[in-house]
Ligand binder design. Structure first.
Ligand code: NAG
Ligand code: NAG
Ligand code: NAG
Length: 312
């Protein structure tokens, strides 16, 4: 009797549930399943706009924004989830933020990231290894057209986990832009001839047809030598793609740490109200100051420990 009870207690079942998740999400063969769950409407996908079906259908612009990150950056991912969940939802637009990791090679990551996927449904697992040189960007852009084929995204973006995008600003900017052949971001290096520039790794967005072209152009697989975002620019130039080039500067920029003696440059300045994205948010303090500046913390009531003196 006791044994039976034990057998069916939820704790005993947990390893089996975990195994099931690991099997489904880590097994690299079934991208279709990963994608259907990554965008699962039933789970609280907090880092997205969680648009309802009708809002999605009515949206004028749909963006998939992948935050390329490593499985083991748990704290940063938790912070980003909060930061994006608390942003005001873009109007008549869908911007889905997804965390993008390579194969979950470590035992602890396989289990713990599977829990995140179960709870939030916002992690995409690519078939790649994390330390591969420059291959992750290629794998990302060549996987999403297939993985999210049913989602009708207009654009796909790539960013890092030290960048904070303002999703409504992104949506409003893209709304009036070409739906084809778009290459949008921060033109880097600044003050350089246009033919030598590419979009900085702080984050860039291309139209869906550009990603589909990357997925189909097998030659690119052999051309991954060099800084990956510079390489990305080289691909587009080689293929004659992304010809609608839009530089978002000065609305995209690096965070200026005045206390550390940093001075403004062509790629760095103080926080500004019309920001699309701010980059180089390396520590908790820079995140805290940035979120405060954009009033993300405004609505939060200060925690008042009423009964603290009664506890002990
Ligand atoms: C994953 O990548 C490896 C190495 O490139 C490849 O051999 C394998 O076939 C890929 N698996 C899938 C499901 O695409
Ligand atoms: C990539 O390089 C390998 C080895 O040099 C070669 O065998 C292959 O044909 C190349 N693939 C493409 C698509 O160019
Ligand atoms: C934050 O809120 C204040 C007070 O309402 C306002 O003056 C300011 O413009 C807001 N900042 C941003 C970046 O929207």
């Amino acid at each position: 009797m006791l044994a039976m009870k034990k057998l069916f207690s939820p704790l005993v079942l947990l390893p089996f549930v975990l195994l099931a998740f690991i099997y489904f999400f880590v097994f690299p063969n079934d991208f279709r399943l990963q994608s259907s769950l990554a965008t699962c409407a039933g789970t609280p996908a907090t880092s997205t706009t969680t648009a309802s079906g009708t809002a999605r259908a009515a949206a004028e612009v749909r963006v998939l924004l992948g935050v390329l990150t490593r499985a083991d950056t748990y704290e940063r991912r938790a912070l980003l989830r909060l930061a994006y969940a608390l942003q005001p939802a873009p109007t008549r637009a869908v911007v889905d933020v997804r965390f993008v990791v390579c194969n979950l090679a470590k035992e602890e990551d396989a289990a713990l990231v599977a829990l995140e996927i179960a709870a939030y449904g916002d992690v995409v697992v690519l078939n790649c290894t994390e330390n591969m040189d420059n291959g992750k960007t290629h794998t990302y852009f060549s996987t999403v057209p297939r993985m999210f084929a049913g989602e009708q995204y207009d654009y796909v973006g790539k960013t890092d986990d030290d960048t904070y995008y303002r999703l409504a600003a992104v949506a409003d900017t893209l709304r009036d832009m070409p739906r084809r052949d778009l290459y949008y971001g921060f033109l880097n290096p600044c003050h350089t001839k246009p033919e030598l520039q590419y979009m900085s790794g702080m984050g860039y967005i291309v139209s869906w047809d550009v990603a589909a072209w990357i997925a189909a152009a097998g030659e690119l697989r052999n051309d991954t030598n060099g800084p990956e975002d510079k390489v990305f620019g080289r691909w587009l130039r080689w293929g004659g793609k992304g010809r609608n080039v839009y530089g978002a500067e000065p609305r995209m920029y690096d965070y200026l740490d005045a206390a550390a003696g940093q001075k403004p440059t062509c790629f760095r300045h103080a926080l500004a109200a019309d920001t699309v994205a701010v980059h180089k948010l390396k520590d908790r303090l820079s995140w805290a100051r940035t979120l405060k500046f954009f009033n993300a913390t405004e609505e939060l009531k200060p925690f008042v420990p009423h009964h603290v003196h009664n506890i002990y």
